[in-house]
Design a protein around this ligand. Sequence first.
Ligand SMILES: Cc1cc2nc3c(=O)[nH]c(=O)nc-3n(C[C@H](O)[C@H](O)[C@H](O)COP(=O)(O)OP(=O)(O)OC[C@H]3O[C@@H](n4cnc5c(N)ncnc54)[C@H](O)[C@@H]3O)c2cc1C
Length: 245
Amino acid sequence: NVKRRSKSNSLLIVTEKGRYTCDLLIDASGSLAHVSRCLHGKDKNFRPEDQVPTAYAQVRGNVPETFDVFLGSVAPKGYAWIIPKGPDTANVGLGVRAGALKGSVKEHLQKFCDDLGFEILSIGGGWIPMGGPVKTMVDQNVIAVGDAAGLVMPSNGGGISQAMISGCFAAETYLEYKRNGTPLETYQERINSCFGRALKNSLRSKNMGYLMFQNDLITEVLLRILGPIGGIKRAMECDKPLWVL
Ligand SMILES: Cc1cc2nc3c(=O)[nH]c(=O)nc-3n(C[C@H](O)[C@H](O)[C@H](O)COP(=O)(O)OP(=O)(O)OC[C@H]3O[C@@H](n4cnc5c(N)ncnc54)[C@H](O)[C@@H]3O)c2cc1C
């Protein structure tokens, strides 16, 4: 658990291994943002939204040579992927909007692999926050980084580089605060100037995808239109998917 001490404003962290106090806490607890949950419950200002369940597996079989992405009923409002890792092994995964599939995501991944004739060697899962950045990344002396700050690009689910860069920004911001008294809130300004535009474009693309990709036929038609004009590529790369939108 995490509690803020009212007198000193320091934070008390109670873990299975002991109790700790600190003046600054960097919340790098990932998509479920445990520190924010302890301090603010479900408050949307502090916790990342639109948590997408994912499952992935290491597989063996006749895998493609290319990184393949599948849209449509196999992964409603999300996508499935095959990333080749060797001549006969690959990482296969599935991420869908919460509630869009009946049954567990792992069962659907199992079926997807069975249909493709892949043998599953190991399987795992996780959550990806697809709702864009949280409103408040600096909560007095708590700084949220990476997934805990909602820094995943919603149109492609990537968040590793933002997690690393935001962690670095958080550390630098704290040093600046200690040396010169620069407010910790400058962290969020740096995040916005570094990722703000891409996150905004990416969130817009994801929301358009949620609206437009309603069934396999519409998905097929849209891919045939948007594919050749580069709309899908731009959405995946967090540019504006269409010049006008
Ligand atoms: C299936 C899947 C595939 C992905 N593929 C890609 C990809 O190809 N490219 C990409 O850029 N991004 C990808 N992502 C997203 C990427 O993994 C995350 O954006 C990134 O890992 C976020 O880093 P983080 O440090 O913020 O959080 P995490 O990597 O989630 O790290 C959080 C850490 O905090 C620990 N933790 C949480 N709560 C507690 C607690 N109470 N006590 C102690 N420890 C705790 C967790 O165990 C974990 O180690 C993928 C995500 C998933 C789920």
